[in-house]
Ligand binder design. Structure first.
Ligand code: NAP
Length: 310
């Protein structure tokens, strides 16, 4: 029986592992399908405290992994498919290979996956002129045209943020009305650097000789007309999918599928904690995920002490 199983190897998962490891709980981490989480898909991370010259996303995650392992965390590269809570009060964590692992507590740090348009070369362009994080990557695109696709609050927030850097921000939306809250929509549309492109979507990414995005093919969804739009980066902001589906009734979620925490990082199921982007649609930052991972570890430790298990 494990003291704690941590699901996910992003900033929240590794931070939870560092803290539970230092508490001598010998955490077991189950990696999920994207070891290292979303930061492994970015280039330089300039806003993680402690790195004044920035640090590459993959390197930051490798450092976190090494730090977790230094304190006794074990990592298994497998995907969790379901969890049950037993009548005895512990958890059975089932992975895709059918193996069942038992644990007194579980910390869910499975993150949220940005939605993509589903175009053929899309995944290979991530980090090469295609991203889902303006806060992470906006500063790399100074004085060049960029676009945001989406019409919700995220798209508006990203577009407003990008006007600090880009020469022009095309806001490409599939309808002619933004879904975003009125205040965010009004603000973004009033910004002279934002050029809305209504009733349109991207049907193709066009790349230069280095494989970086140089333009997109726009498709007008009303007329069917196609045109080419030159730009250096596409910020995809069509929503996220929190990776919480495998938890079933063990957690309550909001209307977008994000886990609802009851107190701190606790969930409605005793002994089950949630940290990071799987429970946070507001901040979604590496450092806030790490902070929640720390909090979940401290709460798991207290829970085990109260139960007299450790
Ligand atoms: P969202 O509200 O679901 O909006 C997604 C947008 O992407 C919609 O405009 C949608 O178009 C468009 N879209 C979806 N699939 C698409 C596709 N395949 N092709 C083209 N366009 C597509 O997602 P979100 O903006 O990430 O916001 C999620 C939640 O977080 C919301 O509750 C939001 O209010 C909240 N949030 C709040 C803040 C804030 O208050 N500061 C900031 C960010 C997010 P349609 O409009 O046509 O459906």
């Amino acid at each position: 029986m494990e003291n704690v199983i941590i699901i996910g190897t992003g900033c929240a998962g590794y931070t939870a592992a560092i803290y539970t490891g230092r508490a001598n709980l010998k955490p077991l981490i189950l990696s999920g399908s994207m070891p290292g989480g979303q930061l492994t898909t970015t280039t330089e991370v300039e806003n993680f405290p402690g790195f004044p010259s920035g640090i590459m996303g993959p390197e930051l995650m490798m450092n976190m992994q090494a730090q977790a392992e230094k304190f006794g965390a074990r990592i298994e590269y497998s995907q969790v498919t379901s969890i049950q809570k037993t009548a005895a009060g512990h958890f059975e964590v089932v992975t895709e290979d059918g193996v069942v692992r038992e644990a007194q507590t579980v910390i869910v740090a499975t993150g949220a996956s940005p939605k993509h348009l589903g175009l053929p070369n899309e995944k290979s362009l991530i980090g090469h002129g295609l991203t889902s994080c303006a806060t992470c990557d906006g500063a790399f695109y100074r004085n060049v045209p960029v676009c945001v696709i989406g019409g919700g609050d995220s798209a508006c927030e990203e577009a407003s943020f990008l006007t600090k850097f880009a020469s022009v921000v095309y806001l490409i939306h599939r309808r002619d009305v933004l879904r975003a809250s009125k205040i965010m929509a009004d603000r973004v549309l009033a910004n002279p650097k934002v050029k809305p492109v209504w009733n349109s979507t991207i049907s193709e990414y066009l790349t230069d000789e280095k494989g970086e995005v140089r333009a997109v093919t726009l498709e007008n969804l009303v007329t069917g007309e196609k045109s080419e739009l030159e730009l250096k980066c596409v910020f995809v902001a069509i929503g996220h999918i929190p990776n919480a589906g495998f938890l079933g009734d063990l957690v309550d979620t909001d209307e977008n599928g994000y886990i609802l925490q009851t107190k701190g990082t606790r969930t409605k199921t005793e002994g089950l904690f949630a940290a990071g982007d799987v429970a946070d649609h507001v901040y979604r930052q590496a450092i806030t995920a790490a902070g929640q991972g720390c909090a979940a570890a401290l709460e798991a430790e207290r829970y085990l002490a109260e139960k007299g298990v450790h």
